[in-house]
Design a protein around this ligand. Structure first.
Ligand code: HEC
Length: 463
């Protein structure tokens, strides 16, 4: 034995034995804080983690999914933006769970265990300023594919409002996977709903492609509702409807859902205007997304140069099942790079909107870049088709789309209009570039009226 090794062994012997890890003292606090929010009756997770018996029963699988960082679900990579409500276990917490399983999952003294967390009820943000309810329930079948249904809530607002938060209560929380909140001042939602109702008798209308006039936010399973930070709020014009795009995940038994939505308003217009930037714009509609079957690394990227100093408020991403990596980065004028957001292995089930813990300030001239890749190979376990099939841009769950997004404000509100116009122009430029390349967009298949900007744009050779 080498002297070093001898020394090490001696030290090891001299150290007190590590404290035994028990459920009561170590694992219960971890599981109740990081798992039980979803792993409880009436929530999406398939089994509860609300007691020693529950946790012991699932200990081995739990260890595997914790180690693989599949659970708790949290997509953004650490080191690429610092977000609120981060749901990641530390290496030390994972090591603790490993030690507990290795020791044979001992319970310890039950008297030392914390009480399981109380069921979330009522409105965590307090009573909403406006509550609306579905007038009829929506029937969710026991099984079959996931459903996307949009519900229209006429709000009857007599004046413009500013929304700081939206929350909802479900009658069958076990089937509601995520919800997007839109404002619709166009009446399109009502029309679509009336058309669909005539056919199916169900409330709402199907699809994930509703084109709103405003975005109010989103909620994904396990998320706690939050108010926008820094006194920010999004506009909700008088007369607008609220449209809720809801993703249902059948639970194994037939359920019916009747959602109640609560809106929270600001007392006055915010001092700074919130903007949204998508890279590429319109979820990649003008980025020639046409992914051949078997293609493992289909890429699209887009850049936008900041016309004014900005503060980034939040980041997010959207793609369908084949999305793989979604990345947002910034190149400053001195050439330095900063990563703002990264999802390495996109999982459609866990989309969310992420708010930076602190606003991220970026100076005028910074180049923002969005990179999206898709994996349409048979090796992608999330590919809905075996063998893979061609995936084009579209709004159905079989089609693809993808972009990263940022919520941002101008540092000086006086610059807000310049920022807004630059974002609009950027969309127009990307549209025109698509037209010049000769991209084919089958507007009829998409069910979208041909935009006048598209008709007017100089046209390249047909491909
Ligand atoms: C945001 C909600 C949420 C949180 C938080 C969460 N889970 Fe899950 N968990 C789910 C859902 C939903 C599933 C079902 C599989 C799926 O949809 O990916 C699941 C599945 C599982 C499974 C089964 C995996 C398999 O392959 O069979 C285990 C084990 C598990 N979770 C353990 C945990 C543990 C341990 C924690 C805390 C460290 C945790 N989960 C936190 C929602 C959650």
């Amino acid at each position: 034995m080498s002297p070093t090794l001898l020394l090490m062994t001696a030290t090891a012997v001299a150290q007190p034995a590590p404290e035994p890890v028990t459920f009561a003292e170590h694992i219960a606090p971890l599981v109740y804080a990081h798992c039980a929010g979803c792993h409880r009756p009436g929530q999406v997770a398939p089994f509860p983690l609300l007691s020693y018996a529950d946790t012991r029963r699932h200990a081995r699988t739990a260890l595997r999914v914790i180690r693989d960082r599949e659970m708790p679900p949290w997509q953004p990579e650490p080191g690429h933006g610092d977000f609120r409500g981060e749901r990641r276990l530390t290496d030390a917490q994972i090591a603790l769970f490993e030690r507990w399983v290795a020791a044979g999952t001992p319970e310890g003294d039950p008297a030392k265990a914390p009480a399981p967390p109380a069921v979330r009820d009522g409105w965590p943000l307090g009573p909403p300023d406006l509550v609306v309810k579905m007038d009829r329930p929506f029937a969710v079948p026991a099984d079959g594919p996931d459903l996307y249904q949009n519900f229209v809530f006429p709000l009857g607002l007599k004046e413009d409002k500013w929304v700081t938060a939206v929350d909802f209560q479900a009658t069958s929380p076990g089937v509601v996977h995520h919800v997007l909140y839109f404002a619709d001042a166009s009446g399109r939602g009502r029309k679509d709903e009336a058309a669909a109702k005539a056919k199916t008798g169900q409330p709402g209308f199907p699809g994930m492609g509703f084109r709103p006039t405003g975005m109010l936010g989103g909620w994904a399973v396990g998320a706690t509702p939050v108010r926008l930070p820094g006194g920010l709020a999004v506009p909700l014009p008088k007369g607008a409807d609220l449209v809720l795009q809801t993703h249902f995940h059948p639970s194994g038994k037939a359920e019916s859902e009747s959602l109640t939505v609560g809106l929270y308003f600001a007392d006055k217009a915010p001092a700074r205007t919130l903007h949204r930037l998508q890279l590429p714009p319109v979820f990649g509609l003008f980025s020639n997304i046409d992914i051949p079957p078997g293609k493992a690394d289909f890429r699209v990227s887009d850049t936008f140069t900041l016309p004014v100093d900005v503060d980034l408020v939040g980041a997010g991403a959207h793609a369908h099942y084949l999305g793989k990596t979604l990345k947002t980065s910034a190149t400053l004028s001195d050439g330095s790079e900063r990563s703002l957001f990264l999802i390495r292995d996109w999982n459609f089930n866990w989309q969310g909107q992420y708010l930076y813990k602190d606003f991220v300030r970026l100076p005028k001239g910074t180049v923002l870049r969005g990179d999206v890749t898709w994996d349409n190979s048979a090796a992608n376990p999330r590919n809905p088709h075996t063998p893979p099939v061609r995936a084009r841009w579209g709004e159905g769950s079989e089609d693809e789309m993808g972009s990263v997004s940022l919520m941002l404000v101008a540092v000086n509100e006086a610059d807000s209009d310049r920022l807004r116009i630059a974002i609009r122009l950027h969309t127009l430029e990307v549209l025109q570039a698509s037209r010049r390349r000769g991209d084919r967009i089958d507007w009829e298949r998409l069910g979208i009226p041909v935009p006048p900007e598209w008709e007017r744009a100089p046209r390249g050779p047909d491909r």
